[in-house]
Design a protein around this ligand. Structure first.
Ligand code: HEC
Length: 318
């Protein structure tokens, strides 16, 4: 029994229990830290790529165009490409940035769209979520609308905010010859701005490496525990088998002990008498000395003692 529950096992068991208890929160914490860092570095890299897109758009479609036509006054217009030295208005910039960003970024989409495109621009197809978001934003512009979708391979978040018109916007949109609608009022939702970010799940599974390691450890400990339990069960079974044949009445034990002690005392007494007889005949002739051996016991005989052992072990569980 000591092999399983003894002092040494306790020394191993206690730190193991502490390790298993503290291990789970620690593994979760390590993985969370890891996951946060992975996400942060992904965000940093996305932001870096988006800013590079904006800078290169600015370089070619604003600065490049002004420098290329130094003698012409700079015009700001939506059809800037057709006019030398002209640069895009903010709405055109936003519409075009959507394309530029999705060309460079596969996991980020930017959309600046509405259900009222200007005359020279092709209609923007709005999916169900966007059409519904626009309708809800027109009912209440003071909100953001988002949706999360999780598929087997990726997580996706879509965030939509309203593009609300102020007085200068209304003035131009209501008077512009290509404007599709001329009764805009300050505070109306002209369109929507949407950012969609997707993240592959496949790579994230490996971010849980500490948790996976913890589960492997728990499985190993569980396996060892089962093996020990089985060993212990076998031991207990053996002991039970032994106890089944043992006599459990304490009075019978005492009687058996008393008999053993009495028999041993008698043997000791007889041996002492024999020894005294021999000592007294030390100087006597050989014949008289040999005769005296009769009462001193012969060669020591182990058989009775062995008998005691068997009886004690088997019936008294000594
Ligand atoms: C000087 C005139 C002018 C002003 C001021 C102006 N816009 Fe525009 N807006 C336009 C033109 C022209 C377009 C078409 C751009 C294109 O298709 O490239 C446009 C396009 C848009 C679109 C995209 C429509 C679509 O579906 O393609 C939105 C949204 C928009 N404007 C919102 C605003 C807001 C909000 C303001 C004020 C902050 C504003 N505009 C100020 C002229 C103007």
């Amino acid at each position: 029994m000591k092999k399983i529950f003894g002092g040494k096992t306790g020394l191993v068991l206690l730190p193991l229990v502490v390790l298993l208890l503290a291990g789970l929160p620690m593994a979760v914490w390590f993985d969370l830290t890891n996951l946060t860092q992975t996400n942060l570095s992904r965000q940093a890299s996305d932001l870096n790529s988006i800013l590079s897109s904006v800078r290169s758009y600015y370089a070619s479609n604003v600065v490049g165009r002004i420098l290329a036509a130094p003698s012409v006054p700079t015009e700001v217009t939506h059809n800037y490409e057709a006019i030398p030295g002209a640069i895009p208005i903010p709405a055109t910039l936003s519409l075009e940035l959507g394309k530029v960003i999705s060309e460079r970024q596969h996991n980020i989409t930017y959309r600046f769209v509405s259900d009222y495109p200007f005359a020279n621009r092709a209609p923007h197809p709005l999916d169900e979520f966007e059409a519904d978001a626009l309708r809800r934003l027109r009912e209440n512009p003071n909100q953001m609308i988002s949706s999360d979708t999780t598929s087997l391979f990726s997580d996706q978040v879509r965030l939509v905010v309203p593009v609300v018109v102020g007085a200068p916007c209304v003035a131009c949109h209501n008077s512009h010859p290509e404007s599709p609608k001329n009764d805009w009022k300050v505070g109306d939702v002209r369109g929507l701005q949407e950012v969609t970010i997707a993240q592959p799940i496949g790579t994230d599974l490996f971010a849980f490496k500490y948790l996976l390691a913890y589960f492997v450890l728990v499985a190993a400990v569980g396996f060892i525990f089962i093996v020990l339990q089985r060993r212990q069960a076998a031991l207990i079974q053996a002991m039970n088998g032994e106890l089944e044949t043992a006599i459990t009445n304490p009075n019978l034990w005492r009687a058996a002990y008393a008999t053993i002690i009495a028999a041993e005392a008698l043997t000791a007494l007889l041996l002492t008498i024999g020894a005294v007889a021999l000592v007294r005949r030390l100087g006597a002739p050989a014949e008289a000395f040999n005769r005296a051996k009769g009462c001193s016991g012969r060669r020591p005989d182990g058989r009775p003692f062995f008998g005691f052992l068997v009886v004690g072990r088997e019936y008294l569980a000594m």
